[in-house]
Design a protein around this ligand. Structure first.
Ligand SMILES: [Zn+2]
Length: 251
């Protein structure tokens, strides 16, 4: 992992010399209940003091997850759709929050998800929607504020939106190939590309993980990334709530 560390260090050194801080945040999707992989994720986050936002599927979760997270001060919770059910046709990309159903049905579920998770998680709850498969019909977005949502998180560079966006930019999983972890060097190159964009334009670097399907390569990558980044003075892993409140970090 030497090259991997060097690639990241070199870019972060540039930030340090410029007196700038690179903000990172960690989003992990599809949490429902306490599991061994979730324990592992929480342990990793705790070991390196890396704050974590779990995208929780409201229709499939319950009090057990709320109880488990009570002793995890670094963990926050956001709304991951309603049931994570795919309503798209076979020839379309998967989507729960698309145009396949009346908008009032979809928005009704998103309100239910907001209310349920804010009740189950209290102070850990972030009023942020994370659409399953990172897709949502743009016509729904202006209605989310009325349901209580204050932010939206999808994948890729932030675009103009009716609601503030705090996106993820690097996905550790090779979904279309091995369905395991991606090559660490390729990931480091992608992280550096995002950092270069941030250096000029602001924003944060969102890392996307899926604890239930990680293989050993993903866990190793996460440990190595945290090891390199947390000790670098120009890097700060940040709770997503702080990104939402920080006007100096344009999102
Ligand atoms: Zn998901």
């Amino acid at each position: 992992m030497d090259d991997f560390g060097e690639i990241l260090d070199r870019e972060l050194d540039r930030w340090q010399q410029a007196g700038k801080i690179a903000y990172f945040w960690l989003r992990d999707d599809d949490a429902i209940e306490p599991t061994t992989p979730l324990d592992r994720l929480l342990e990793l986050s705790g070991t390196f003091s890396v704050p974590l936002t779990l995208a929780v599927i409201p229709a499939r979760t319950g009090e057990a997850l709320g109880d488990r997270l009570q002793r995890e001060p670094l963990c926050s919770v956001a709304v991951h759709g309603w049931s994570h059910r795919n309503y798209a046709n076979a020839d379309e990309k998967k989507q729960e929050l698309g145009r396949h159903r009346p908008a009032e049905d979809v928005l009704g579920e998103l309100k239910q998800g907001f209310d349920l998770l804010s009740h189950l998680h209290g102070e850990r709850f972030i009023p942020m929607l994370i659409p399953p498969w990172n897709r949502i019909d743009a016509a729904l977005v202006p209605h989310l504020t009325g349901l209580g949502y204050r932010a939206l998180s999808v994948y890729g560079p932030e675009k103009p939106s009716a609601l503030p966006l705090v996106n993820t930019h690097v996905d550790v999983m090779d979904w279309h190939g091995t369905r395991g972890g991606r090559d660490p060097q390729a990931l480091a190159v992608e992280i550096v590309a995002r950092l270069r964009h941030m250096f000029a334009h602001g924003g944060a670097m969102g890392l996307l993980t899926h604890h239930l399907v990680h293989d050993a390569a993903v866990w190793d990558f996460m440990s190595a990334l945290f090891e390199v980044t947390v000790r670098h003075p120009a890097c700060r892993w940040t709770p997503v709530a702080d990104l939402l409140q920080a006007p100096e970090i344009p999102v």
